[in-house]
Write a protein that binds this ligand. Structure first.
Ligand code: SAM
Length: 291
């Protein structure tokens, strides 16, 4: 996969993409990352990328010409052929489709992802309507520029590329994972979960988990993790995790994930496909809350 960032601040990306999983994925040749300086595609002495808005109003707007020329210089497929070519040009925008794990899984299927970072008051609307395939927002708040959002998207997408995360099973148990999993006490492989995303998105893309996966998240928040020491300043690791009974550990983790999701993100429960066992556990949780 290749990811291109288009930005007026190319140095911004020194750092966020040079560590950990992304760095290793780059070194392993799983992803190629290119940062494109938008000002290269200006024609005037001052390398102007912005101008005042038509109709008046606050701030400056990124001009269309450098952005169109920059994307064209990347030799991506024409807009109408991009999906078939497994390419996408994305404009970062607070007004866009909200980014989530399912959309990340869809983007991770691409061969080429171009991320356009806006600045100032935003980007000439023609970029969104005629150049980009979609606008994506990383959340309901306004950033100063698209660079942080683009880095968030790149990080999330790259770790879904097969081979990027050493232990692929770990991505299946993570919060929001919506692919196939082993779920329930009979370890029956459930169908892919419908992804809790707002757009037309792919189902989770990872292969069905193997029996070593103790608990696929199935769209729930992740369960709590503990490591050594078993007791720290009087705070003990739950007994069940050190008793070596795998079935009890699996059940405890599932119950904890349900509890945490109910507490912090009850909206996710509506979309998660719950097993019989999950429903029993939720009933248990509700009963213990009433005591
Ligand atoms: N006037 C715009 C609005 O109210 O929606 C905000 C412009 S913002 C100051 C400048 C740039 O930051 C945007 O063009 C976009 O690229 C980026 N940006 C801001 N918030 C974002 C978000 N939540 N998600 C993704 N990109 C964002």
């Amino acid at each position: 996969m290749q990811i291109d960032f288009i930005t007026i601040f190319p140095d911004f990306f020194r750092g966020p993409l040079d560590y950990g999983i992304i760095r290793r994925a780059r070194e392993a040749g799983l992803v190629k990352i290119e940062v494109r300086d938008l000002r290269v595609h200006t024609r005037d002495r001052h390398r102007t990328v912005d101008d005042r808005p038509f109709g008046g109003g606050e701030g400056m707007v990124l001009k269309p010409e450098p952005l169109f020329e920059c994307v064209e210089s990347l030799k991506v497929a024409p807009r109408e052929e991009r999906a078939a070519a497994r390419q996408s040009v994305v404009l970062l925008s607070a007004q866009g489709l909200r980014f989530d794990q399912a959309l990340a899984a869809e983007l991770a299927e691409l061969d080429r992802l171009v991320l356009i970072c806006g600045r100032y008051e935003g980007v000439d609307e023609r970029v969104g309507t005629h150049l980009a395939d979609r606008e994506i927002s990383i959340g309901d708040y306004v950033l100063s520029g698209g660079e942080l959002g683009a880095a968030v998207i790149a990080d999330t997408v790259v770790r879904l590329i097969p081979g990027a995360v050493g232990n692929e099973a770990s991505t299946r148990q993570e919060s929001f994972f919506a692919g196939q999993e082993i779920n329930g006490s009979d370890s029956k492989v459930e169908d892919a979960h419908s992804a809790p995303s707002q757009g037309s998105v792919a189902q989770g893309r990872l292969r069905p988990s193997t029996p070593d996966s103790t608990c696929g998240s199935g769209g729930l928040l992740d369960y709590p993790h503990y490591t050594r020491p078993a007791e720290f300043r009087g705070m003990k690791v739950p007994e069940v995790l050190v008793n070596g009974n795998h079935e009890e550990i699996r059940r405890w983790r599932r119950r904890s994930a349900l509890e945490k999701t109910l507490r912090n993100r009850p909206d996710l429960l509506d979309q998660a496909r719950l097993s019989e066992e999950d429903r029993d556990l939720l009933a248990e949780i509700a009963a213990s809350a009433e005591q």
